[in-house]
Design a protein around this ligand. Structure first.
Ligand code: AHR
Length: 332
């Protein structure tokens, strides 16, 4: 790879597109979509979380728990799936048996949820997806609250194309998220789509690091062992894997952020610190603070309001040009 030129950044505000909710009208289907109706009992939400694999996930869990605790109309039943779909399906079945008012979950993977979603529908319990989508009949859930992962992949590629320029080949090592999960599938898709017309940018290695710091480090160590001299850029599907990769690069004797550029996703505080330290080049924001929107939507659903199929987060792009200024404002 040859010369690297200029830096660019698009700082964005993080705000959920709540305006989408403004036009939501009441429907007559409150009785078929929830049991709260006009009674005074708290709305019971059964929430199945993916696990505790990343800094992003910790912030997401905290957002959901604190938003529920702050809302006197909500009672939250929280279950941790420990990154296993079978645990998540069990938790959803248990919520159905407990006759909760709303089921919400962040799906570990995209496929395989249709049968349990049908069971929830048959029981008259509305389902709200948070963070990640599923491959299933959309009539089986009310809405999905979360990010556009394909767009995030495109933003990562755009940052690279604008900032890591070369007349020669740019070799990319990709650390993928959990196999079969929406963010892993869509971030890869968006990134690949964006670089396809730039044949000198080549993904030479690609493997899952399961969204964890330790696995990201382990996979990067293997990449460095086989191709250490060739890798120009690491594209990590989340900050935690990038932070693991940064450690591996340092232990290998190279400078992350300089000898090997590192681009990742999420925008957690540790990633901002790594950008300030010059070790991470860019982080594409993915907003985990979905709790307040989830509570608001659950209450609306029980009251019979209609929602669009996707309540999208708005997110920015951060790099070494704006990280120091933004770091003190980060909430996660
Ligand atoms: O689904 C969101 C992704 O899941 C985040 O990018 C990652 O950190 C998390 O584990």
């Amino acid at each position: 790879m040859k010369k690297l030129k200029g830096m660019f950044a698009v700082a964005g505000t993080t705000a959920l597109a709540l305006s989408l909710l403004a036009g939501c009208g009441a429907s007559n289907s409150a009785s078929s979509t929830g049991k709260q109706g006009a009674s005074n009992h708290k709305i019971v939400i059964g929430f199945s979380q993916v696990g505790a694999e990343s800094g992003w996930r910790t912030a997401n869990t905290e957002s959901i728990k604190s938003a529920a605790a702050a809302d006197s109309n909500i009672e939250l039943k929280f279950s941790d799936a420990q990154q296993k779909q079978e645990n998540q399906i069990k938790a959803i079945r248990s919520f159905i048996a407990q006759k909760v008012d709303v089921i919400a979950f962040s799906p570990v993977v995209q496929t395989g949820f249709e049968p349990v979603l049908k069971e929830a529908k048959a029981a008259g319990i509305p389902v709200i997806l948070t963070d990640r989508s599923v491959d299933a009949d959309p009539s089986l859930y009310v809405t999905m609250i979360g990010s556009d992962f394909t767009q995030e992949g495109k933003k990562a590629a755009d940052w690279m194309l604008n900032n890591i320029k070369s007349d020669g080949t740019v070799n990319i090592a990709e650390l993928e998220g959990t196999v079969g999960s929406a963010p892993a599938v869509d971030r890869k898709k968006g990134f690949d789509e964006e670089i396809k017309d730039h044949p000198n940018y080549k993904v030479i290695k690609s493997q899952s690091g399961d969204f964890t710091r330790s696995k990201g480090k382990e996979v990067m160590e293997a990449f460095l062992k086989s191709d250490g001299k060739k890798i120009d850029v690491v594209f990590a599907h989340n900050d935690d894997m990038a932070l693991g990769a940064i450690q591996a690069i340092e232990e290998y004797g190279l400078k992350p952020g300089k000898d090997i550029k590192v681009i990742s996703m999420d925008g957690i505080k540790d990633a901002f610190q790594a950008m300030v330290d010059g070790k991470l080049n860019a982080s594409i924001e993915c907003n985990p603070l979905l709790g307040p929107t989830l509570m608001q939507t659950a209450e609306g659903v029980v009251a019979g309001k209609k929602y669009p199929k996707w309540i999208k987060s708005e997110e920015g792009v951060f790099d070494q040009t704006n990280a120091a200024k933004e770091l003190p404002n980060r909430k996660y």
